[in-house]
Write a protein that binds this ligand. Structure first.
Ligand code: MIG
Length: 813
């Protein structure tokens, strides 16, 4: 090729890729303080720096004179206590100092940095700083060496997002891969972590947005959106837990879920007709495989019309649900947003009459094809449409349905090139009448809000269980989330771990992946390993695509069936611990599933560890994610750890290799932990629990909380819970567990408590309960009468007594 032609091509190429025309903030014109905010004027814009708490600041860049509008429905906290701060003004910068750090606004040009108390830079604008180009907004920040990035909600690929480019645009994308982006959900929130210290950023903008975390450059990262304001929150940290608890104070936390939703859930596309549903239920009970929930996918409806039943397949839904509930099953059903464009269909009629559907600017209905054919789409950004939607559930709640699976709510539309609602379509947006471009990413979350509020009004005494595919930051207030249409492959099992972890630390603790893989068929080994991981994902649901062979836990031969039974039994044995962990998440935002970097940010080995995680405060999970593995090597963080299965004690901050035969998922418990467990049941509420076991792993002094309630109603909000502290301590040769005095008005039935202590070298000389010396009983008497038993083979002591509300101290020496 001639030089002339080549340079001509280069010219053409560079022309077509002409870089965006960014205008960055220039020099400061003026600034002033208004209440808890500093206003900085520059380049025709106003930068508002508002202190919400000493460790949380909101940064908002807008056109001068434009009124402030709440960006999205994510933020629910609007009133904050006044924050004490000092301000200093120098020729080069304005500094705002709180007890947690400093926000420094350089003046020429205007650039923002965040410093810690000692004056060291945590994060600062790059020389490009904040900029705009037409409707687009973006900010560039310096990317220090060794800084890693986590969070970003539901993303596939590796846990650590350094050197990746991520887009937020809710998308229906079956069989996604490690590098597929975007996916179904948008949570524009992340952590930057280096040298053990973290900060957080929440970019609250629902337009299509993107985060370039050092893919384009080695020295800076950036985030921005196709429209809306440059509006973000900066969290000073410095611990990831501080950040997440503050973030979830801002956007809200998961309400306490019903206990049954933490049981095993069985799904497929589709269990139909009613006979097949009953058959599945019968199989679980006959085979003694515990389960709580069976799902109905889209085929239960009449021609995919939401809020209807197909009378041939389900002639008596209420009768079926009632029979199954006698057997301990809850039924969950799918609901999609698309309402069939059918003038003879009640939901279409009432939705049209109430003007609840999305329309083009000229007033024409937006119609798009989904499963039912041509559909209208509810405008969930309108509170009137949300209440209309919520009221439609009556036909389903009346039949006894109690689980609400919200699918296709990106929203997904089959026959439009954009695969979603046309971007020019208008949403009510609380009266602001904005485009789909702005409301796309929040559509799914607002659908879950409409669903949650609606069923809560219809069944006011029960906690709703909602599961969604699409959502936005704060969506945990209404719904659990699953990671969409995955594949029955080892790669997808591996991917499920970092996906669920990043979602969890993005504010959504109630997560899980389709166990066994949705698309394709797993080997028995893959299914068994996935189910084991499922014990330690808060949502434990197996699912399958249509036209695939049966995938229930008994479909892989007797050996795997036995393994699967024991796996699900482990889930039920751990339910008290799991429920306590979810209670903690509902109170603090700290999720059940935590990456090691979240728990141990000062450990450099944790930054790339995406095959292990903490489940709650005490259990380290090292799932087997590789075909044919019979051993698992893993890193134990600092401290001392017990192998949950063998009781063997390990010193941490090292790698170990343990057995991981097909029936074993490696688990480690922090020394000093007390884990509440219960006997196996076939479903939640099968029978009153006759015993509660506290398994003690001796070690450092520890204090934890034990929480319990009816698991179903909202009575706990009025004090109907039972809460007590659990303290473990050692004093010389004596090891003591103290169950604190019970608080709250909830009264569990009569039951025995068993304190089971592992790692007891030899038969104790004495076991005391308070000041009473207990006598030795036999193994069979444990849980039945008061006394203690020493298992000399396993080196365990069992102390048995009946539960009471007063303080109980047990000491073993
Ligand atoms: O276009 O309802 O992710 O779990 O089984 C597919 C049928 C629609 C997608 C969901 C999947 C569900 C399926 N749905």
């Amino acid at each position: 090729m001639s030089r002339v032609r080549l340079s001509f091509l280069v010219f053409l190429f560079s022309f077509s890729l002409s870089p965006a025309q960014w205008t960055s903030l220039g020099n400061l014109d003026s600034s002033r303080v208004e209440g808890n905010a500093l206003l900085v004027f520059s380049t025709g814009r106003v930068l508002t720096i508002r202190l919400l708490s000493p460790d949380l600041v909101r940064i908002r860049l807008s056109r001068i004179g434009e009124t402030e509008t709440p960006a999205t429905p994510a933020v629910i906290k609007s009133s904050w206590a006044p924050v004490r701060f000092d301000m200093s003004n120098s020729p080069s910068s304005v500094d705002i100092r709180t007890e947690k750090g400093t926000i420094r606004v350089a003046k020429n040009p205007v650039r923002v940095s965040f410093l810690d108390r000692s004056g060291a830079v945590i994060s600062r604008d790059d020389n490009k700083g904040m900029a705009w180009d037409g409707k687009e907004v973006r900010v560039w920040k310096e990317m220090p060496q060794g800084e890693s990035y986590f969070g970003f909600g539901e993303k596939s690929g590796r846990l650590n997002k350094r050197e990746t480019h991520l887009t937020m645009w809710n998308t229906d994308i079956p069989a996604y891969k490690a590098d597929t982006d975007p996916l179904y959900e948008s949570i524009p929130f992340f952590y930057g972590i280096r040298s053990g210290k973290a900060y957080g950023i929440f970019f609250d903008n629902s337009y299509r947005s993107s985060f370039d975390m050092g893919k384009e450059s080695d020295t800076r990262y950036s985030f921005g959106a196709a429209g809306g304001e440059l509006n973000y929150y900066f969290f000073f940290g410095p611990s990831p837990k501080d950040i997440l608890s503050r973030f979830t104070e801002l956007v809200g936390r998961m309400p306490l879920p019903p206990l049954w939703s933490l049981g095993y859930q069985q799904c497929r596309w589709s269990y139909t007709p009613d006979k097949r549903v009953r058959e599945i239920a019968r199989n679980f009970r006959d085979r003694r495989i515990p389960a709580d929930v069976i799902y109905l996918d889209i085929d239960y409806m009449e021609g995919y019309r939401i809020f209807t039943w197909n009378n041939e397949r389900f002639p008596d839904p209420a009768g079926m649900v009632k029979d199954l509930s006698k057997d301990g099953f809850r039924i969950a059903v799918i609901v999609d947003p698309g309402i069939k464009h059918d003038p003879s269909y009640a939901a279409f009629q009432s939705g049209s009459a109430g003007d609840h559907f999305l329309k083009y600017p000229d007033g024409k209905l937006f119609i798009g094809k989904v499963w039912p054919g041509e559909c209208a789409f509810p405008d969930f950004s309108s509170s009137a449409a949300r209440s209309w939607w919520g009221a439609q559930f009556k036909v389903l709640t009346d039949a006894g349905v109690r689980g609400w699976w919200n699918d296709m709510n990106e929203p997904s539309v089959f026959d439009v090139p954009t695969k979603t609602v046309d971007l020019s379509v208008i949403h009510n947006d609380d009266g602001r009448m904005t485009t789909h471009e702005k409301n796309h990413n929040t559509y799914g979350m607002l659908m879950t809000q409409a669903t949650y509020d609606g069923v809560r009004r219809l069944v006011p005494n029960e906690r709703p269980f909602v599961l969604t595919r699409a959502s936005y930051a704060g969506g945990q207030r209404y719904s659990a989330a699953w990671t969409g249409d995955n594949v029955a492959s080892w790669e997808h099992l591996q991917m499920a771990v970092p996906m669920c972890l990043n979602l969890s630390i993005s504010g959504q603790p109630f997560v899980g992946s389709d166990i066994g893989g949705f698309i394709g068929y797993p080997s028995g080994e893959l299914f068994a390993r996935w189910l084991q991981l499922g014990v330690f994902t808060p949502l434990m649901r197996a699912h399958s695509v249509i036209n695939e062979r049966n995938k229930e836990p008994w479909e892989f031969g007797p050996e795997i069936e036995a393994v699967n039974r024991t796996t699900i039994e482990l889930r039920y044995r751990l339910l008290p611990y799991i429920y306590n962990t979810m209670h903690q998440a509902s109170q603090t935002g700290i999720p059940a599933m935590r990456p090691l970097v979240f728990e141990y940010p000062e450990d450099p080995e944790s930054y790339w560890n995406e095959t292990e995680f903490m489940f709650g405060d005490q259990i380290l999970v090292a799932p087997v994610l590789w075909e044919g593995a019979t051993k698992r090597s893993l890193r134990l963080p600092e401290g001392s750890w017990y192998d949950f299965w063998t009781g063997k004690k390990y010193k941490g901050a090292t790698r170990v290799t343990v057995d991981a035969a097909i029936d074993r998922i490696p688990l480690f418990v922090r020394a000093g932990a007390v884990i509440p467990m219960q006997p196996v049941v076939q479903y939640v509420g099968e029978k009153p629990l006759d015993s509660l076991t506290f398994v003690v792993f001796p070690g450092k002094q520890s204090t934890s909380l034990y929480y319990e309630d009816d698991g179903l109603s909202f009575a706990y909000e009025k004090g109907a819970y039972m809460k007590r502290s659990v303290v473990y301590k050692e004093d010389g040769a004596s090891r003591e567990v103290v169950l604190g005095k019970a608080e709250g008005t909830f009264k569990p039935g009569q039951r025995s408590v068993i304190v089971k202590m592992v790692d007891v070298a030899s038969k104790p000389a004495s076991v005391m309960k308070g000041s009473a010396r207990l006598s030795v009983i036999s193994k069979d008497e444990v849980g039945k009468i008061e006394g203690w038993y020493f298992d000399e083979v396993n080196h365990e002591v069992f102390v048995s007594f009946s539960d009471s509300r007063s303080e109980i101290s047990v000491s073993i020496r």
